[in-house]
Ligand binder design. Sequence first.
Ligand SMILES: Nc1ncnc2c1ncn2[C@@H]1O[C@H](COP(=O)(O)OP(=O)(O)O)[C@@H](O)[C@H]1O
Ligand SMILES: O=C(O)[C@@H](O)C(=O)COP(=O)(O)O
Length: 436
Amino acid sequence: MTAKRRLLLGCIADDFTGATDLANNLVRAGMSTVQTIGVPSVDLASDDQEGPDAIVVALKSRTISPQDAVAQSLAALKWLKSQGAEQIYFKYCSTFDSTAEGNIGPVTQALMAALQSRFTVACPAFPEALRTVFKGHLFVGDQLLSDSGMRNHPLTPMLDANLVSVLQKQTTLKVGLLSYDVVARGAEAVRERFAQLQADGVEVAVLDAISNADLLTLGQALAGMPLVTAGSGIAIGLPQNWRANGALGPAAAADKLPLAKGFKAIISGSCSLATNAQVTHFQQLGCASFRVDALALARGEDLVAHALAWAKPLLTVENPAPLLIYATAEPAAVKDVQAQLGVEKAGSLVEAALASIAKGLLALGVRQLVVAGGETSGAVVQALGVTQLAIGPQIAPGVPWTFASNGAQQPLHLALKSGNFGGVDFFTQAFAVLHD
Ligand SMILES: Nc1ncnc2c1ncn2[C@@H]1O[C@H](COP(=O)(O)OP(=O)(O)O)[C@@H](O)[C@H]1O
Ligand SMILES: O=C(O)[C@@H](O)C(=O)COP(=O)(O)O
């Protein structure tokens, strides 16, 4: 019998699109990776007798109360530790999405306490997706975070690009900065600065990084650190540490997913700039789309039934084109809805409707589903009863196809797209990648 492989990395992701983003980066950096939906109640069921190198537990904890986010994250930590995880990775958004109370600070603090760790790092940089950190300030493309579309996010508007100050407001831990001049001097210099920062009482160091080379330098310096907190970018720098000590073999390939069958659909609840452009582009191509109006939902209109009645005649073998059901709207329209319904109610009403529509689409034979939006993906995947995802080919940086490998009633290919990821033609490109 083959000896069980070590579980090198245990990850806790604060949303579902973020979890597939991280799993995708780990797979592409050569670690076999499984994504679970929520904290499993049993040991990992794996087709691979040896078990994966990394597990990513996907939570929907980004916008819930800090107390609930801490409790769920600690439960994930306990389970990952019970599976033997050697290093823990807390994954949040590359745009550092937070509410006024957290949850990046409170969760980091709780995980550090549970791991009896006195020092960790915070680094949302993901240069491949144009997120860079310089002098502690987060840039999205050429813009400061606070000037980017993230200033209008429906649930987590980001109005300050200075990550040291954003994080310091969320935690009693002392937050400091490890700036680019140190990163440029290499991993040894980074480790020395970690020691200096700790001597100065810093407990969380925000890390500058503007390129993949920086992520590799930082990754090397993070070897053996009990807890890493980051976006998905740093993940590309960690496998080299286990490869260097022989715990990880040569690069593993992404899972070969089963052949995709069934009808194709897209559900979009993201109101991010990129998603708005993707919806418009899809419509301009002449593809079929149905709008879910949040105010009509609030008036009690049964848009779930209407959407499914609209979709049913379109889902035929003669018509292989994907169809789109969306609540996606421009910032002014979202603000109007929120002013009338309240932020939380607007979000949960739309999420619940889109999740019910997803269930209905599956019943109509959809087996290839793209979901746009992190919270939206969380609601949909939970409603579908998916418990585990295998990671397949990448569609765009941060977005792979996945296969719902158990729990779902029917075989299902899922792509969970982060709001701001993907090119303008993502909704059609995604299906082309699956059938390449
Ligand atoms: N038209 C709308 N009005 C108000 N809120 C909306 C509308 N459409 C979607 N939402 C809500 O906005 C939130 C978008 O968040 P999310 O799905 O995480 O997208 P992203 O990945 O872009 O952050 C969800 O809670 C969703 O239900
Ligand atoms: O790190 C990222 O940008 C993504 O993985 C992510 O977490 C995005 O979240 P949503 O935009 O809410 O999908």
